[in-house]
Ligand binder design. Structure first.
Ligand SMILES: Nc1ncnc2c1ncn2[C@@H]1O[C@H](COP(=O)(O)OP(=O)(O)OP(=O)(O)O)[C@@H](O)[C@H]1O
Ligand SMILES: [Mg+2]
Length: 415
């Protein structure tokens, strides 16, 4: 018998092999031993967590990966005490397991896999396969009624979610972009016609204010449409190579006026900031929008901090953002000490027309526009927030590396 001892966390410890001489012949015993060693190796060196369960739902034995995966809810001692399998599954799914074990008892094949989560940590997803033990011919395996295989699917779940989210944003973007484009043409015609009317009417004319009103409203509609176009990444950007230190320094006055006196504005410039290639007007729009949101989140004052710094390719890993592809970036943080955003709201903030503000206060296009501009620039935007503490928006803009004109370097000459 070959047994891999595992610590409480399921980390493999020293292995121990005991030879049990159960057969008469010497040769048979050696063969048996070899086969047991082979089996144990299979059993413990698999990414699958495996547990044998008896007819009353108690765990009989597990492999090392099982203890590792469920280290927060079960340990070797518990297995030795034969805890019930249901104690290690999430309450929500206990009936499903009971049903699956019942099916296993009846030796049913093809029992549906069960998708569940770790009891103490709903962020970790696990898929369980319950299999009936078909041959209870006797021996050690006789009491086993079912074998449960489990694999962690957290990564897939996250990818699925990410995929669905990006598809949604793309679909909405396409729709919004299509409408905005046509709408823009209509508005241009209205504005042109009202301009024409305005030139043909004196200001003293009774219809003059009405025409003026038409034009002003058409202009407001046009600015909404522009935000939609920005979200759908369909606007023409005029990117130039810039140093954000200068851009933000120039923007300071405007931001300070925007947030008012109750909010303390701090701009924290990173050293030797790499250049980026962005449309300056659009970048300013991004910062202004984030600042306005921050102001709205701090009705009784607070701190608004804009911080820049370089982030190297290696450093990208230290951020828990899956989508962030490792590269050199200039990071712009816009941080407030406001109300914060609840997790279920956080998922939707970049969607067009999503707003928690009263009717007439917000259109829900601010962050959509921000998102579109950053994406179109080849960057990333993430938001971390904690209710009651505040919010930070992180913008990663790709470092611009000037194309070096191929010139013979002095040292390379004469080769
Ligand atoms: N800094 C922040 N703190 C708290 N909540 C925020 C913050 N920024 C955005 N939000 C939330 O995200 C929602 C969407 O923001 P977004 O800028 O897209 O729209 P809006 O500000 O409501 O309207 P608009 O910007 O079009 O006037 C807001 O309604 C608010 O609930
Ligand atoms: Mg806004």
């Amino acid at each position: 018998m070959h047994r891999v001892s595992a610590s409480r966390e399921g980390v493999n410890g020293p292995t121990r092999t005991i030879v049990l001489n159960r057969t008469q012949g010497e040769d048979a015993s050696a063969e048996l031993r070899a086969s047991e060693v082979r089996f144990t190796r299979f059993f413990n060196s698999t990414p699958m967590a495996i547990a044998g369960v008896d007819a009353s739902g108690r765990i009989l034995r597990t492999n090392a990966p099982f203890l590792q995966l469920f280290s927060s809810v079960v340990d070797r001692d518990a297995v030795d005490r034969r805890v019930r399998f249901e104690t290690i599954v999430h309450e929500r799914d206990r009936p499903a397991f009971a049903a699956a074990f019942e099916k296993a008892r009846q030796r049913q094949a093809n029992i549906e896999p069960i998708d569940s989560v770790l009891p103490g940590n709903e962020e970790r997803h696990i898929r369980f396969y319950v299999n009936a033990v078909a041959d209870s011919a006797g021996g050690e395996g006789a009491e086993e009624s079912a074998i449960v295989y489990a694999v962690e699917t957290t990564e897939q779940k996250a990818l699925e979610g990410q995929m669905a989210q990006s598809q949604k944003m793309q679909a909405v973007g396409q729709l919004a972009g299509g409408i905005a484009h046509d709408f823009n043409n209509v508005l241009t015609a209205i504005i042109m016609a009202s301009d024409l009317l305005l030139t043909n009417h004196r200001p003293s004319d009774p219809s003059f204010p009405d025409i003026m009103n038409i034009k002003q409203n058409a202009n407001r509609a046009a600015s909404l449409v522009r935000q939609l176009l920005a979200f759908s990444r369909k606007q023409t950007l005029r990117p130039e190579v810039l140093n954000l230190t200068d851009v933000l320094a120039d923007l300071r006055m405007l931001l300070a006026r925007l947030v008012g006196n109750d909010i303390k504005l701090k701009i924290d410039h990173g050293r030797d900031l790499w250049p980026v290639k962005v449309d300056i007007g659009q970048f300013e729009q991004v910062v202004v929008n984030l600042a306005v949101n921050a102001r709205d989140a701090m009705p009784s004052g607070g701190d608004l901090t804009v911080r820049t710094r370089n982030v190297t390719t290696e450093e990208c890993k230290s951020f828990a953002y899956r989508e962030l592809t490792p590269a050199d970036y200039v990071l712009v943080d816009v941080e407030d000490t406001g109300s914060g955003i609840a997790p279920d709201v956080l998922k939707k903030i970049f969607e067009p027309f999503f707003t928690t503000k009263e009717v007439g206060k917000g259109t829900g296009l601010g962050l959509s526009m921000v998102y579109g501009i950053i994406k179109q620039t080849g960057g990333f935007i993430f938001c971390d927030s904690e209710i009651g503490k505040g919010t930070v928006f992180r913008i990663f803009l790709p470092r611009h590396i000037a194309e070096v004109k191929k010139q013979a370097e002095p040292g390379a000459a004469g080769r």
